[in-house]
Design a protein. Structure first.
Lengths: 240, 199, 199
């Protein structure tokens, strides 16, 4: 498998007000909070992606999946920024103010891990479809070890997973993206809709979800978003 | 090997992944070959896996074909079985065992419900390894599925005498987490809420 | 075969009855052979089970030797077992594995921190697939979270023997790329031309 297939979005470049270059780098810079997520018009990125999209590509499905995944992450990131500060359990957040040197280090490490992942994918693909012998003998009684400590760890793992991730930092959630999609669709049946109008009476969480809903509708091709300038008014237009 | 393996290679590969003898038809259908091609392939494999030279032999038994160790190597094979360190249990296997240890005896469905992921394959391998066994049936659940419990072999393998030797569940999992798990398990015993299709 | 089978036959027979890779020492001890004899036998078996001709191949993975089906025959094997090939891993899964391979053993929190996104769900699915396992606890961290490491199954799936078979982390990124990182960081740190919004 070639390297290119390993990174479906490797050749997707974006041309934005705040950044121009490979999309993958933009993600890395955003994740490390070097570019403010507010400065990045997600709508434009979706547009650029749709322009670059071609069903002729051999890996178009993989590209779409990758893009949808990362776009969803961006939406999450943006909505998190809009909600009260999340108190992370790990100590990583102490370094909110990274020096340029630390930032380069962090980004470099992430890039290496990402490259390592690409190599791994090649290894796994090359070695897939090899099945071991089924002619195994059962182990002799008494040979098998069950580690009690691992049983305890497994209990925690198995039983804790059903607990929903904590959303206490978000406050009570009384609305879903689906709800807001419905609201937008309903309003749009009466013509173009101003985002500002839409979120006027909403709190920050609702506004974030409304934004996510708008982006989601846009990526589904049901809505087109118009924002003549960064931070300018955003208008949702029904697609014919 | 190129992308189109020989008939012999196909038959050989299938025989490796089948513990039980495979019929001529079974081989032909899986390898997408004619019976004549399979017969020809088996002839070649008979030479490759001959009793005279090879540690693995091709047997024609019980109406099918099977790879097996050469009897002449039985001593080494048995020594290997005595010495071999069995494969360590996977994370999934530990989860299933801990579910059954703390919440069992329980059905396959209840195990999957407690873990939130289908666990049938893991359960199968744990039964093969004599760490789980069927101990009865759950008559209250639709279809009276089998109830599974940990075996004596499990306690021996864990170096313990009984359930009491493991830390109490309450010290490991928060009460609200436990309630959720119990609720899921309980739900799995009820008839499916999915409306039945008319037939 | 006469009563004294060849070294090659003994090694071959042992490999048939083991699903997992068997180490050189394990083979020598079970077959009662010297390491040199086992190595010689493995050389001969490498020819008998070559990727070019045979449906069964000899692999050297996870620090041992294993017989497995030739990947060119995977279609027939899957048809025979009526099982689809396991779904390929996601990009996120490879990133988590790469993290743990190069930086591990490490906790879930450390994996998430290195990747910049919560990775718990991915870790869970990798444990389920037996590619990651909990190997201990990090006593220094609050709550003593579990430490994760890659498993034997990981090295088998990757077709490698150990960590040493992977290119060192330092060689994965070219110096020019590192320069670009620096450059971009500097660029992005210049005062933004966009007026800051109140939040």
């Amino acid at each position: 498998m070639t390297n290119q297939q390993g990174r479906p979005l490797h050749d997707f470049n974006v041309e934005l007000e705040v950044y121009s270059g490979p999309y993958e780098w933009l993600l890395a810079l955003l994740l490390n909070e070097e570019i403010e997520i507010f400065e990045v018009p997600l709508r434009e990125i979706v547009g650029l992606y749709l322009d670059s999209r071609s069903m002729e590509r051999e890996n178009y499905l993989e590209r779409d999946t990758d893009f949808a995944g990362s776009a969803a992450a961006l939406i999450l990131l943006k909505s998190r920024m809009l909600s009260p500060v999340f108190e992370a359990e790990d100590h990583q957040d102490e370094e909110t103010e990274l020096s340029p040197g630390q930032l380069v280090e962090k980004l470099t490490l992430y890039l290496k891990v990402k490259r390592g992942a690409e190599k791994l994918r090649e290894c796994f693909v090359e070695n897939s479809g090899m099945y071991p012998s089924a002619h195994t003998l059962p182990p002799r009684p008494g040979k098998l070890r069950v580690e009690s400590k691992k049983v305890s760890l497994a209990v925690r793992r198995a039983f804790s997973r059903l607990v929903e991730p904590s959303v206490s930092h978000l406050g009570p959630i009384t609305v879903s993206i689906q709800d807001l999609v419905a609201v937008i669709q309903d309003s749009l049946s009466r013509g173009p809709l101003s985002y500002e109008e839409l979120v006027r009476d909403m709190d920050r969480l609702h506004s974030a979800l409304a934004f996510a809903a708008a982006v989601s509708l846009s990526s589904r091709g049901e809505v087109s978003l118009s924002q003549p300038e960064p931070f300018g008014p955003l208008t949702l237009l029904p697609e014919k | 090997m190129s992308e189109s393996p020989s008939a012999t290679a196909l038959v050989e590969a299938i025989l490796l992944v089948s513990e039980r003898p495979v019929s001529l038809e079974g081989l032909a259908s899986a390898a997408d070959l004619s019976r004549a091609e399979v017969r020809d392939a088996l002839g070649k494999l008979g030479e490759k896996y001959s009793r005279e030279r090879s540690g693995i032999v091709l047997r024609n038994v019980a109406g099918g074909y099977q790879l097996a160790t050469n009897r002449a190597c039985a001593g080494a094979v048995e020594r290997f079985r005595k010495e071999a360190r069995p494969a360590p249990l996977s994370g999934a296997a530990y989860e299933v065992l801990s579910c059954v240890l703390y919440l069992g005896p329980m059905t396959r469905g209840a195990i999957s419900a407690a873990r939130g992921v289908n666990s049938d394959a893991v359960v199968r391998s744990l039964i093969e390894r004599d760490l789980l066994a069927e101990v009865g049936t759950d008559r209250e659940s639709p279809g009276s599925p089998a109830l599974l419990d940990v075996t004596e072999g499990f306690f021996i393998a864990a170096g313990t005498n009984s359930r009491d030797d493991f830390p109490p569940l309450e010290t490991l999992v928060k009460p609200e987490e436990l309630d959720r798990v119990r609720e899921r398990v309980e739900q799995s015993r009820r008839p499916s809420p999915v409306p039945e299709e008319e037939s």
